[in-house]
Design a protein around this ligand. Structure first.
Ligand SMILES: [Zn+2]
Ligand SMILES: [Zn+2]
Length: 391
């Protein structure tokens, strides 16, 4: 029993010099966030850190960095660990003393922690090699640029047999908690746009011309009702209108209006039903109000789906290694993630790592979002537990 505890501790805690570096990486990245697919400074930082450790990474600006760290057991199945590196176009309003120095950019989704943890894992693997080949991947453009798709073209990733794993920090779950789910972990995400065109006219005579604002309002309400109708207890449908543009005068009915928004679904049948009912709704409103109402739906990220056998391995490890706090999510998270493209190539999973700060935390993507650095230890321990040494 004592022996097992010792082994457990070996993998659980980063050595002090590794931890110091993880905190340094995290704070540097947090202070210097970059948004999108081209992250020149972040890219250079990660590259130099890896090269400084003696690695020879593969890199492509706009498609990230990868490095293969050979394992000690030839027959062991390789494992791919992925971190994302991009920030969000948000002005940081947190009170941290390493807050963003870049106007209009903030690591509000915690990708700075993901990158820092994986750099820590890289450093640790030098001192304590894994039995398995470990491929570390640092990708840009997660938030809406499908960065994963280009990153997956790396030569280092042209392998058939492997497993893949990633963490995502969660700003509202208690710090250090692991939250996971069999099957669908995160939703599929699509975007819509409704263009409404009419004749426009005098505000005193709406009966003569259809009003795009009226039609748009009915569409927003109809869509909301539709999402509610299609939701079940564990499989939610979310449809959120996020933009409504129309009109520029108090006494003129505009000729044009447009709406945009986000759709989130968990099952393919719900997704298909939502899209077709939205088209029916737009057509019906267009006919009723004698306006042109054209709806376009853009398919976004597929859902993040965990592999059952990998989940069993993961849960066994979590129990063996005595991680203190684990919860199974009853329902999928309605967040989306392009890690789904990795999970379409190899079996694996993504889990949340709680990183809440204080009693009233703000969720990821908030200008006030804060992430507890201590949570990086849980992420680190999970990665190392999945790539243990040769006993
Ligand atoms: Zn995000
Ligand atoms: Zn994210």
């Amino acid at each position: 029993m004592v022996l097992r505890k010792d082994v457990t501790n070996l993998w659980k805690h980063p050595a002090p010099e590794v931890w110091e570096n993880m905190v340094r990486h995290r704070r540097h990245l947090h202070k210097h966030p970059e948004v999108g697919i081209d992250l020149p400074d972040t890219h250079l930082y990660v590259l130099q850190e890896l090269e400084g450790m003696g690695f020879l990474p593969e890199f492509h600006l706009g498609a990230g960095i990868s490095v293969v760290i050979p394992g000690t057991a030839r027959e062991a199945l390789p494992i791919i660990f992925r971190a994302d590196m991009d920030a969000l176009p948000i002005e940081e309003a947190s009170g941290s003393n390493f807050r963003s120095v870049r106007q209009g950019a903030m690591h509000a989704c915690g990708h700075d922690l993901h990158t820092a943890v994986l750099l820590g894992v890289a450093q640790d693997l030098i001192a304590r090699p894994s039995a398995r080949d470990v491929i570390l991947v640092f990708q840009p453009g997660e938030e809406s640029d499908r960065g994963a798709v280009k990153t997956l073209l790396h030569e280092n990733l042209q392998i058939d047999d492997a497993e893949v794993f990633a963490i995502h920090v969660n700003a509202v779950l208690p710090s250090g908690t692991i939250a996971l789910r069999y099957g669908t972990f995160m939703a599929a995400g699509d975007w819509f746009r409704l263009e409404i065109i009419g004749k426009g006219g005098h505000a005193s005579a709406p009966e003569l011309v259809g009003n795009p604002i009226r039609l748009g309002s009915l569409f927003v309400e109809g869509l909301h009702a539709l999402a509610h109708e299609l939701s079940t207890v564990n499989l939610r449908v979310v449809a959120t209108t996020t933009e409504f543009l129309a009109g520029n005068a108090v006494n003129v009915i505009p000729t044009h209006g447009s709406l945009r928004g986000t759709l989130r679904t968990v099952s393919q049948s719900q997704q298909e039903e939502l899209h077709s009912r939205m088209r029916e709704l737009a057509n019906k409103l267009g006919r009723d109000y004698e306006l042109s109402a054209s709806l376009s739906i853009t398919k976004g990220y597929p859902p993040v789906v965990s592999d059952d056998a990998f989940m069993e391995q993961l849960i066994r490890i979590i129990i063996e290694q005595e991680f203190p706090s684990v919860q199974r999510l009853l329902a999928p998270s309605m967040v989306i993630e392009d890690f789904s493209y990795f999970l379409k190539r190899w079996p694996g999973a993504m889990v949340y790592i709680g990183a809440a700060v204080g009693d009233d935390p703000s969720f990821n993507h908030s200008a006030q979002a804060e992430f507890d650095e201590e949570a990086m230890k849980t992420g680190f321990a999970l990665f190392r537990a999945l790539a243990p040494g040769p006993n």
